[in-house]
Design a protein around this ligand. Structure first.
Ligand code: NAP
Length: 256
């Protein structure tokens, strides 16, 4: 088998069914398109129907479902409706910042709800429907592996995701499946653009200065691309990745 044949075989997901939460933008949208291109039947979820439709229109084989990941009943109904799945990617998330002493309890709960409870519900319901050889993936963050200032609630939630993945991997180790966390560094998506806007509003820095701050945190001096996160997810879903389990994989140019 030539190297290019090997690559295309490794990425072939024909006949596989995937669910990706937060698939209407950023990393989730990039994953949806790549997984559909690899032949998977993909369902993307999120709260904004128009954003989901705009992604689905770009490739055959992408379905949409308007579901809030923090709504337990809706998540249960989603997975019951979809039925058996091969790949579940808990990607939906949001990042709000505030100095610790000014973090309201509402903000704390909002960050834990979407970033941690949303992943819990996605993985729990996904696991119930998972076929043999299945893959569960949570998009955590380098914020799940180290602390960053002014995002205590987000960091706590993402550390929680890494712990949840490690626990579930231990619990399901003898089953024919894997569960892993992806930990991107600062990545070029609408979430990062919102963080830049927030810094501009709160500190008076220019957008260029705020962006440069995020770029310089990455040892490569540039933002991670959604495609780099997607490539790691595709690799985890390949046929020879069954021994990679319970890992928190840093995609950060070596920051962590
Ligand atoms: P993004 O474009 O803002 O994507 C986040 C997605 O999550 C959106 O499509 C959003 O769709 C969905 N979402 C948010 N709250 C939701 C809810 N309650 N229910 C359902 N869907 C919800 O940003 P992104 O950077 O691609 O983020 C994807 C993941 O990567 C997140 O978990 C984020 O924490 C993680 N991450 C990002 C970076 C970065 O620097 N960008 C770095 C490390 C990790 P709706 O608004 O339509 O619901």
């Amino acid at each position: 088998m030539s190297q290019s044949d090997r690559n295309s075989a490794a990425n072939s997901l024909a006949g596989k069914r995937a669910v990706i939460t937060g698939g209407g933008s950023g990393i989730g949208a990039d994953m949806a398109l790549a997984f559909a291109q690899a032949g998977a039947e993909v369902t993307i979820t999120g709260r904004r129907e128009a954003a989901l439709q705009a992604v689905a229109e770009q490739h055959d084989g992408i379905r949409t479902a308007v579901v809030d990941v923090t709504d337990e009943a809706a998540m249960v109904a989603l997975f019951e409706k979809i039925g058996n799945v091969d790949i579940v990617i808990a990607n939906a998330g949001a990042a709000e910042s505030a100095p610790f002493a000014k973090t309201s309890f509402e903000q704390w709960q909002r960050m834990l709800n979407v970033n941690l409870s949303g992943v819990f519900l996605t993985l729990r319901e996904g696991l119930k429907q998972l076929n043999d050889g299945g893959r569960l993936i949570a998009v955590a963050s380098t914020a799940g592996l180290k602390g960053y200032a002014y995002v205590g609630a987000y960091c706590a939630a993402k550390h929680g995701v890494v712990g949840l993945v490690r626990s579930l991997a231990a619990e399901t180790a003898t089953r024919d499946m894997t569960v892993n966390a992806l930990c991107p560094g600062f990545t070029d998506t609408p979430l990062l653009a919102a963080s830049v806007e927030n810094i501009v509003t709160k500190t008076g820095q220019s957008a260029e200065q705020a962006t440069a701050h995020f770029q310089s945190t990455n040892p490569t001096g540039r933002l991670v691309t959604p495609a780099e996160v997607t490539a790691t997810a595709l690799w985890l879903c390949g046929p020879n990745s069954g021994a990679i389990n319970g890992q928190a994989i840093s995609i950060s140019g070596g920051e962590v």
